[in-house]
Design a protein around this ligand. Structure first.
Ligand SMILES: *Cc1c(COP(=O)(O)O)cnc(C)c1O
Length: 231
């Protein structure tokens, strides 16, 4: 089951990559394992998937502890400053950096631990009340301030397109195009801690569209593990 779904996802990624002049290898697949049992994570890891995403600190902590594997964990959910200490030095990438205070906390803890923590700046591209992330018109000022923090490294941007009904995913293409424009604006700027390489966008419903428009990291959950009952 998982094996078949993974094969299908890989095929779709390859197709979309080709359309945008790239190959499968140019796209990182992050398997979103929230609510998923450990044995399924292990099964997928055995199939060659190394990157896994979680959106709750406590769940991630338990899984990191229980699954003794060489896995790149990605934190993709809302993050309280008092929980940052559970992530620094343990996760590969914090994808949901959405405010200065959180950045300061990650920076300070990283400094104390003598490490540099890789982050993505989260953009609320659909300007939705219900979502975290910087608004488009805040990005420039935010990056200017964030880029001065010496113990974080800004690896790029992440975004989650608005929820749309099944069959209406094309409505979100414009947001992926906008994200790519913002990404391109900063990708050659190497001042301070800026090191743009990653544009993380696309989930089960829309990763094909996101890749066509330039995403190089997709976060796919239900498309691999099957439908979730809760989030
Ligand atoms: C749950 C989640 C995903 C994956 O969603 P699917 O629709 O299951 O692919 C991707 N990104 C974030 C931030 C999520 O919370």
């Amino acid at each position: 089951m998982i094996k078949d779904r993974l094969a299908e996802v890989n095929e779709n990624i390859e197709k979309a990559a080709k359309i945008s002049g790239r190959t499968r290898e140019d796209i990182t697949l992050v398997a979103v394992s929230k609510t998923v049992e450990n044995d399924q994570i292990i099964e997928l890891n055995d199939l060659g998937i190394k990157d896994f995403g979680e959106n709750r600190v406590q769940d991630l902590e338990v899984k990191m502890h229980q699954i003794d594997r060489d896995i790149n964990w990605h934190y993709i959910g809302p993050l309280q400053t008092n929980k940052v200490k559970f992530l620094t030095g343990k996760v590969k990438l914090i994808q949901s950096l959405d405010r200065q205070r959180l950045a300061n906390t990650i920076n300070n803890l990283s400094k104390r631990e003598g490490i540099i923590t890789d982050v993505l700046v989260d953009i609320n591209i659909g300007e939705e009340e219900s979502k975290i992330g910087y608004m488009k018109d805040e990005v420039e000022k935010a990056l200017e301030k964030l880029s001065k923090l010496e113990n974080i490294r800004i690896k790029g941007l992440m975004s989650m397109a608005p929820y749309v009904e099944e069959g209406k995913e094309e409505d979100n293409r414009k947001y992926f195009i906008e994200m790519k424009e913002i990404f391109d604006k900063y990708k050659n700027i190497k001042s301070g801690n800026m090191d743009f390489e990653i544009l993380s966008m696309g989930m089960t419903a829309d990763y094909h569209i996101a890749i066509e428009e330039g995403s190089n990291m997709v976060r796919v959950g239900s498309g691999i593990f099957g439908k979730r009952i809760y989030n």
